[in-house]
Design a protein around this ligand. Sequence first.
Ligand code: SAM
Length: 254
Amino acid sequence: MDFLIPWVYLMEPLKEGLIKKLNEVQRHHLIRVLRLQKGDPVIVCNGRGKAWRGQLTFASPREAAVCLEGSLTVVTEPSLKVYLAQSLLKSDKMDFVIQKAVEIGVAGIVPFISSRTIKRWHTDQQHKKMDRWKVVIESAAAQSHRSFLPELFKPVQLEELTGMFADVKARFVCWEKEEENTFKKALLETHTGDNNLSKAVIAVGPEGGYSEEEIIYFKSRGWRTVGLGPRILRAETASLVALSISLFQHGDLG
Ligand code: SAM
């Protein structure tokens, strides 16, 4: 596959021979930014593991369409699905974490509200932010040729977060005060205990960190606190480090 061919996601039933219109964001990117023209190749992906070679059959700034040709085999997804529970951060940092996590191979992102972020989050902004994060996810996934578009969950409270992942065995909370349980040790133990480990979730706190009560709560729900070394990382750094370590440990990165 040519790595320079741009990707677009069409989240609808797709098959060879179909001609599909592109939305405004896709059109802008392909026609205005990348300057593609009628006949230029694109990869069309359904975001659920299937992709097709395609070409632009119509390419104007007001309307663009792709025709789907032969299907493609794309192997870019990690075998371990790692979900990142990210306590809400300032807007630019949140965008950054989401973009990089998608490139690295996150399976899904769950923004959550913790005691030290709550003031910043207004429910009326939720739809606007979610729309923005979806665009960030799609563009990072296209850049990294992800055949599964990572899931974006609506922001939840801590109690809801722990409930959502109650059936996942590998549940980790990154906590800078955890000295005994390193992430490496916790991952090794989890992997040894379950060779078919298919899902994990990592929760990273806000800029101001977790409160003691939140840590107690996580623990009471069976989550394991893990340390990422002796240095205090910024929240966005901690997320990307933890995600990378867990995928590396599972044989995916590197
Ligand atoms: N409360 C801390 C302080 O102000 O010194 C820092 C919080 S840190 C900037 C934000 C989040 O990153 C934490 O809630 C934690 O989830 C994660 N984190 C940062 N450094 C970490 C480390 N060394 N080990 C585990 N988690 C870490």
